[in-house]
Design a protein around this ligand. Sequence first.
Ligand code: MN
Ligand code: MN
Length: 467
Amino acid sequence: MSEKNSPAKKLKEKLLMQRKNAVSRLTDEEIAACDNYCEGYKSFMNSSKTEREAVITSVAMLKKSGFKEYKPGKKLKAGDRIYRVNRGKALLIAVIGTEPISEGVRLCAAHIDSPRLDLKQNPLYEDNDTAFFKTHYYGGIKKYQWTTIPLSLHGVIIRADGSSVTVNIGEDENDPVFCVTDLLPHLAAEQMKRPLAQGIKGEDLNILIGSRPFRDDDESNSVKLNIMKILNEKYGIIEADFISAELEAVPAFKAKDIGFDRSMIGSYGHDDRVCAYPALTATIDCNAPKHTVVTVLTDKEEIGSEGNTGLCSSYLEYFIYDLAEALGSDGRTVLSASECLSADVNAAFDPTYPEVMERNNCAYINRGVCITKYTGARGKSGTSDASAEFAGRIRLLMDANNVIWQTGELGKVDEGGGGTVAAYIANLNVDTIDMGVPVLSMHAPYEIVSKIDTYMAYKAFSVFMAD
Ligand code: MN
Ligand code: MN
């Protein structure tokens, strides 16, 4: 009897879960479609290094596709395409459905902030004829990864007169870049003995920004003075203006294909723009949905979703309430009937570091978008843990529409852990589950994702929105 027709093989197919590389389940044309989709993603990444820039890029894409800015109180009807910006750092988008809004909305939530080095409020100093910016890191980073790489500077400064100036330097080919220095190995014997977490300390993350003193000045601090003179000429600012600024140093790398087969993308900030871009493009491509579609691209997830641009605040809830009122329902009814995909990344299995993963319950690159029933740490602390019923509904929906997906949790039990915005949305009485793209080297300056998985996130969100 040939292997092909063996009873065991038949029974295996019927009873056991298949965990295959997506390439074996896709045609060449389908793989080409994944690769093609990711060209748009790479260019989105190169113009969206911060939450503010992701909002600007997204709004430009929305406007091109007929979305209009929404002011509360305006009337709404089926087919309307609207958005609202929250303080320049978070974005709410909706496509009004044909069903009454009391049937609930299809909510998709991703975050557009990423780990980085923020400038302190009094950042500029000089030491031994070199000028630096002091930083305070944002989000969970391995500090040693942020030294000796080119950094660009992005953000906004509010001047003493209340006017604002935008900063974006280090991305253009002709721009200078900035850098955190590190010790040479020859003199690092003591440093190298320290545990990895303390090899580079928080106060060592000082960004080198200049070394030439102001001419004709024998006073101290003339390098600092010279830098301030340049900044004054370029941005019209004085030193005290840093107090009212948000300046973020991020890797100056561009998004690039990884591998001889170009199957992956390396970039800063895949977490979580690799879910934000699919959520955004799925919303743009969503026409006349049954249920009203709401997509939120939020800020502050990496520091716990606090603040009025993070999802612990009420801004999403208020938006849903506004939509409910404009469409003749009430917020409580709408939220209670709603469903949400919390679109955030998961860790991909890394063959170099297999010991932190439990192989039967972790995500692998190229096995599709990852459904994560619960996140959290220890005994499922800090997670919303989706119900079997909702997990079942999403699984059925994905299978019925040929979305390639897998399931995985973040590492071994008690190995560590992490959270997403799922818990905060579930707190609004919304059925919520995590779904996103597996990432290698998560939170590093250069993270890696698979093109097929990225496209499958787009397909999954599209199917959910259309249902
Ligand atoms: Mn994330
Ligand atoms: Mn993260």
